[in-house]
Ligand binder design. Sequence first.
Ligand code: F0G
Length: 487
Amino acid sequence: MSTGSSSKVKFFSGEEIPLELHKVRIVQKLFLNPIDQRLKAMQTAGYNTFQLNTLDVFLDMLTDSGTNAMSDNQVASMLQADDAYAGSQSFYRMEAAIQEVFGTKYVLPVHQGRAAENIISQVFIKKGDIIPMNYHFTTTKAHMEINGGTIFEIYTDEALKIKSTNPFKGNIDVSKFKDLIKEYGAERIPFIRFEASTNLIGGQPFSIANMREVCKIAKDNGIMTLLDASLIGENAYMIKQREAEFKNTPIKDILLAMFNLVDLSYFSSRKVSSTRGGGICTNRKDLYEKMRDLVTLYEGFLTYGGMSVREIEAMAVGIRETTDETVISQSPSFIAYLVNELDKIGIPVVTPAGALGCHVDCMGFLPHVPQSQYPAGALAAALYIISGCRGMERGTISSVRDADGNDVLADVELLRLAFPRRVFTLSQTKFVLDRLTWLYKNRNLVGGLKFVEEPSVLRFFNGRLEPTSNWAEKLVNQFKADFGDSL
Ligand code: F0G
């Protein structure tokens, strides 16, 4: 198997272009509808991109979750699935892949990442506990808080800077961790959580040097270490690119080094292995036994955990493919292309480019839209209307209100344009670049949003909003003036 990555291919012209090291063999037709139809679709969706029907979407950059392209070997593996409620061979093949790639003996299968968060939170968190981490993820926070925990994000000073050259913005601040232990006592800290390729701050990695240091402090204080490995492949790839010690280390050894440092890990297979499902992994029998019964209660028997056996087969192959640099470098190299092109023309984006997607800084893009009017939600709606590209709001709409019902303004207001692995082409990426450039020139036309229907839990999924003025119609008129009848 080749272990090269597209970033190793140099063009004679000197241009920095990501190269697809795969060929397309199954395709899905896309629809780029006229702008009036897109405006209508956005209105019907309550100005929430989660509520769009994919028939109305041209490039679906909402997420990489469950949308990465599967490999031929993954699809082929599904034919050998062993349909059995208990003791399925499919499970044992997946378990063997985890043991080989992650180096962990025990695996509990779950139907997706948040199911792992539910079980881990129920088993290990009690009321009043303190949970330090580099940064929260939406579902993680919800599960940990429901179980009585309080999250402390102990990121470094660089983490939230939009423009930065820091290679490891996902690192944990060691002195903040020590201070927390001093202030609350180690007995109130059930575990410290590392999130690989820290999602909500722009897909930013942590280094192994940081992991080693933090894990040593945790160990010295009897605190368990937990790794959210949903985006582990990309974090490992960025370690290889950015951490001198690992420049010549094969990805498979970087992965093993990361898992070896922690007591417990979990992952959303929707991200890590281009399939559905998830898992909880450990080498500690005591931890495995504490969680086992909740898997049978909430998920299913221990050899399927709420997944179909076909998904489990594809997951086994996908986990092995995580060690292939051509697979895990594909999304970061396309993201880097778009981020660097946007940065060159002065459009504010999170730098350095990370994993998962290109993250546009909406407070920088729409400085005239107050945070209370959700600039990231507004930009997501505007981009969809003018291009058919669906991104995801990662800002205040994705957070929750405080006990008094006030919005808690997010640290950063980001529009995430996800690059699922091996899905989009370079010309599609250039189309996004082109439409974002037009939108930036016309940014003064974009206004804010307000909620008209607001669920109390994870409101960003099902909430409905409307524009604070008729800005969307004005944007459509300007688009027509500039583009005529072009889509
Ligand atoms: N942890 C991280 C870091 C994630 O990014 C996600 C999902 C989860 C846990 C939960 O996993 O969706 O399988 O239940 N992230 C998706 C996203 C939803 O779009 O970023 P899940």
